[in-house]
Design a protein around this ligand. Structure first.
Ligand SMILES: NC(=O)c1ccc[n+]([C@@H]2O[C@H](COP(=O)([O-])OP(=O)(O)OC[C@H]3O[C@@H](n4cnc5c(N)ncnc54)[C@H](OP(=O)(O)O)[C@@H]3O)[C@@H](O)[C@H]2O)c1
Length: 293
């Protein structure tokens, strides 16, 4: 039996569906049982609890031989790294107490660095924390920038025919569809072909720039003139705060954007092993659906 945390999220929901399709027993962890209804209907067991509740989490992990572990975002957290460390400690304690032996830990490109990487700093801390556990096999999965991040542009495209963020428009970076991350995770947890402590980079199908992404979406959705605009760090921070992000998280997102723009992170050399299949052209189909509604 495999436990999936963040089971109603982008990656967790796809990992769960893939595992169920292979006949594997899956126990889903997330707070809202309601959001897990579809997976329950497909046969998943539901353990609705908070990752902050170590007792409930230990129970949820018990009896499992594999675990997909992730620290979710919490945009309102006044100190996001402290939040990540609190949830991360709870996960680590529940891993040790439950005896689960194979863990795929959702980390990120840049998690090898201790500082100047925004929200990735907490994932660095979690890798270090899990590395200290005894008798477990941990695979730190380090995916790159999610293609799904660009869905935050839907309203801006609808209202202004533009996309924007603090990232440089001309900089090609690796981008990955979460379905590729889920496929990799499900395969590892089914095969259990990792031991001790290891890390794997996942860089998506190819590097593309925000300008390229806008051009692909423009063509796909028949919106000539759709352009990508780079926002200043100051405007980005203000906009994120306006959307309800805490001051801390808004600052961390800007710090991460700087790290990407200055090629401190997301610069891992591409190889056959860290390249995955879904192209941005294939992913962009979702924009036709969402922009039509
Ligand atoms: N975005 C990127 O480019 C990028 C790149 C590399 C790595 N990452 C990593 O990917 C993570 C996001 O993954 P994702 O997109 O699959 O997540 P997501 O879609 O944001 O889903 C979050 C999941 O976690 C659950 N959750 C939230 N708070 C919880 C809590 N306190 N206790 C239990 N469950 C909780 C949510 O369900 P409920 O709300 O019902 O609890 C949901 O199932 C980030 O946090 C980051 O660590 C992101």
């Amino acid at each position: 039996m495999i436990v999936v945390t963040g089971a109603s999220g982008n990656i967790g929901s796809k990992v769960t569906a893939l595992l169920l399709s292979k006949g594997e027993k899956v126990r889903c962890v997330a707070r809202s049982a309601d959001k897990l209804k579809e997976l329950a209907a497909k046969g998943a067991e539901i353990a609705a609890c908070s990752l902050e509740d170590t007792v409930a989490l230990t129970k949820a992990f018990s009896g499992a031989d594999g675990l997909f572990a992730m620290i979710p975002p919490k945009y309102s957290a006044p100190d996001f790294r402290a939040y990540q460390n609190m949830v991360g400690s709870s996960i680590a304690e529940a891993v040790q107490k439950s005896g689960v032996k194979h863990i795929v830990n959702l980390s990120s490109q840049g998690a090898q660095l201790p500082d100047k990487t925004g929200p990735i700093k907490g994932l660095h801390d979690q890798e270090e924390r899990l590395n200290k556990l005894s008798g477990v096999n941990i695979l730190h999965m380090r995916p790159t920038y999610f293609m799904e991040n660009l869905l935050a542009n839907i309203d801006m495209i609808k209202k202004m025919n533009m996309m924007g963020s603090a990232l440089r428009g001309d900089l090609s970076i690796p981008m990955i569809a979460t379905k590729d991350i889920a496929k990799f995770t499900a395969e590892r947890l089914l095969k259990k072909d990792f031991s001790g402590i290891s890390a794997r980079d996942l860089l998506g199908q190819r590097d593309i720039s925000m300008n390229d992404a806008a051009a692909i979406i423009a063509k796909r959705t028949n919106r000539p003139g759709l352009k990508y605009v780079q926002f200043s760090y100051e405007d980005t921070e203000k906009a994120l705060i306006g959307m309800g992000f805490s001051l801390d998280i808004a600052g961390l997102f800007v710090e991460m954007s700087k790290a990407i723009n200055e090629q401190m992170i997301m610069d891992t050399p591409r190889t056959k092993e860290n390249t995955t299949e879904t192209s941005f052209e294939e992913f962009s189909e979702i924009f036709t659906v969402l922009l039509a509604s």
